[in-house]
Design a protein around this ligand. Structure first.
Ligand SMILES: [Zn+2]
Length: 80
């Protein structure tokens, strides 16, 4: 698990009900990746989820039906 730093603006924050980890729709590749966690007991950051600060959390929630990569583009058009 990565520390709680907003993936959009790199702000570090304390997770709460207004800001935190959001899980997006998983691609087949993400699902494969996440299987490793269950099978081998990997510790780390799973695919398809990321941290969002209070400023970006609400926007991110709107796009959680998309994959993480697609959501990035919607939340931050300048993201590349
Ligand atoms: Zn942010």
């Amino acid at each position: 698990m990565k520390p709680p730093i907003c993936t959009i603006c790199n702000k570090r924050f304390k997770p709460s009900e207004k800001q935190g980890l959001i899980r997006f729709k998983l691609s087949e590749k993400d699902k494969e990746f996440n299987k490793k966690f269950e099978e081998k007991g990997f510790v780390g950051h799973k695919a398809g989820e990321d941290w969002f600060c209070e400023t970006h959390y609400k926007a991110a929630l709107k796009y959680k039906h998309l994959s993480l990569a697609e959501a990035y583009k919607q939340i931050n058009p300048h993201y590349s």
